[in-house]
Design a protein around this ligand. Structure first.
Ligand code: ADE
Ligand code: ZN
Length: 325
């Protein structure tokens, strides 16, 4: 189809991608064996069959279980390089990746192994395929916020961290819980983003803006419930990194044709499309864009608007932005 080719060939930008969420069943099973980690599925088919979710928490249980097979620096290298080669195949020119260090630390993996493996793969992808990238350290909001500042300082000493994010179980874990580390991050000159309004209420989006001083909202789809919030997001041109396949897989919307992305764009919001955890949600960036455009009756013109929005939302230099489009 024409739209499929158009989107496939369009230079694209990925801004909402958890590297642990790119762990395909093939690599999951291989790493479980190589590292002697016991997981409940013994075959690739059994793993894939287990990827059925009721909500965010039921997904997170499977996602953290999957992440537990990542033990050695080379595991993180292989995971990240496999993802970057998908980027090359999908004409993705710039990617900002989330990683969840607290999960790996809890599994007994050294922070240097996590960051060393990821950054080596990003460096190789930039050298060989000219894909630029940035790394965003996510704090898991269902954990204690107390150790966050020390972890951030350790990570910044080890490698190039572009910014911080906030992810994991949203309900009951409001952004204000992480006020201190976001303030420190700002003072360090780091970028700030937070998942908000995925399952949580519009008040969490307000808090992410007013208490954490974030520059982008991840998901944010529930903003349409609050007209004053929409006005704020439009006036301040706050990007919203929307992940349609994720929202359907986690039952935020019952089907893709029910997704509110079209309404978000009509409201003048700076929305973009991304893939969140593509190994778990049935598609990478091109599939998310093509599926959403076709199910919402959007056009190639809307695809261009979405990519222009993503360029504006990206944390790269103006010079790099100009070379992206
Ligand atoms: N961690 C990985 N994917 C996530 C999502 N969609 N929401 C919150 N935390 C996540
Ligand atoms: Zn996410």
């Amino acid at each position: 189809e024409i739209l499929t080719d158009f989107v496939g060939n369009l230079p694209k930008i990925e801004l909402h991608l958890h590297i642990e969420g790119t762990l395909e069943p093939e690599l999951l099973i291989a790493l479980a064996q190589r590292n002697g980690v016991d997981i409940p599925y013994k075959t690739i088919e059994a793993a894939r069959a287990a990827y059925q979710f009721e909500d965010l928490q039921s997904f997170l249980n499977i996602y953290y279980l999957g992440a537990s097979v990542l033990r050695e620096e080379r595991d993180f290298y292989e995971l990240t390089l496999a993802y970057m080669s998908r980027c090359k195949a999908q004409q993705i020119r710039h990617v900002e990746l989330f990683f969840d260090p607290q999960t790996h630390l809890a599994n007994g993996v050294a922070l240097a192994a996590v960051m060393g493996g990821i950054t080596a793969a990003l460096r190789d992808a930039e050298r060989d395929w000219h894909i630029s990238s940035a790394l965003i350290l996510c704090f898991e909001r269902d954990r204690d916020p107390q150790p966050a500042v020390a972890l951030l300082e350790r990570a910044c000493a080890l490698g190039r961290i572009a910014g911080i994010g906030l992810d994991s179980a949203e309900l009951g874990n409001p952004p204000e819980k992480f006020q201190e580390v976001f303030k420190v991050a700002k003072s360090m000159g780091l970028h700030r983003v937070a998942h908000a309004g995925e399952e949580g209420p519009p008040s969490y989006i307000w808090q992410a803006l007013d208490v954490l001083d974030v520059e982008r909202i991840d998901h944010g789809v529930r903003c349409l419930e609050d007209p004053a919030l929409v006005r704020r997001l439009v006036d301040d041109r706050i990007p919203l990194t929307v992940c349609p396949f994720s929202n359907v897989a986690l039952k935020v919307f019952s089907r893709l044709s029910e997704h509110n992305l079209g309404r978000m764009l009509k409201a003048g919001l700076l929305a973009t499309i991304h893939s969140d955890d593509p190994a778990y949600f049935g598609g990478y960036l091109s599939e998310n864009i093509i599926g959403t455009l076709s199910d919402l009756d959007l056009t190639a013109k809307d695809a261009l608007l979405l990519e222009r929005n993503a360029v504006e939302a990206a944390f790269c230099t103006d010079q790099r932005k100009q070379s992206l489009f």
